[in-house]
Design a protein around this ligand. Structure first.
Ligand SMILES: [Zn+2]
Ligand SMILES: [Zn+2]
Length: 176
């Protein structure tokens, strides 16, 4: 996912270049397991200051259900749009003043643009706050730990427990 954009940086504003990419071993982060390859499509457009880069990536993540703790595979289709600014002048090769805007990615001194970090950040942003194996996952029995998606367990509902939880909530509420 590294592109040499020297020619594009010399081209007039509005010039664009499109690429498809494929990455067999994409690392999204320590806690995130990527299953299989990542595929993507990117368009890089020359702007006044640099390049506007947009596109999409398709990949599959291995997530853990927040309710039943089952590990499942979640296909993701993630659109992205980022700005890349040059760090050296493409004609003179002289270093450019650092840009102080945030959320801008650098084009390195060899005029190479690396999409990896931009895509990694977009994958993290696209992660759902709550991950569920299915929308109506029934979760685990709080008493025996049985996966209730597989059917009911033998446990009797314990009314007392629920009441004591309610009591605690009420107590906490009156204390604060
Ligand atoms: Zn689940
Ligand atoms: Zn149970």
């Amino acid at each position: 996912m590294i592109y040499n954009v020297a020619q594009l940086m010399k081209a007039p504003v509005g010039t664009s270049q499109v690429n498809d990419f494929h990455e067999d071993d994409f690392q999204a982060g320590d806690d995130i397991q990527v299953v299989g390859p990542l595929d993507g499509h990117v368009r890089m457009r020359r702007t006044n200051q640099g390049l506007l880069v947009d596109g999409r990536v398709d990949l599959t993540l291995q997530l853990e259900c927040n309710r039943c703790l089952k590990v499942f595979e979640q296909p993701m289709h993630i659109p992205f749009e980022e700005q890349f600014y040059p760090t050296v002048d493409v004609v003179t090769g002289l270093p450019l003043p650092p840009f102080d805007e945030e959320e801008i990615f650098p084009i390195d001194s060899h005029h190479e643009l690396d999409l990896t970090e931009a895509i990694r950040q977009n994958v993290l942003t696209a992660l759902p706050m709550v991950t569920l194996c299915q929308e109506d996952c029934k979760g685990l029995c709080s008493q025996c730990g049985h996966d209730l998606n597989l059917g009911p367990c033998e446990c009797q509902p314990v009314i007392d427990t629920r009441l004591s939880v309610l009591e605690k909530l009420l107590q906490n509420g009156s204390q604060s």
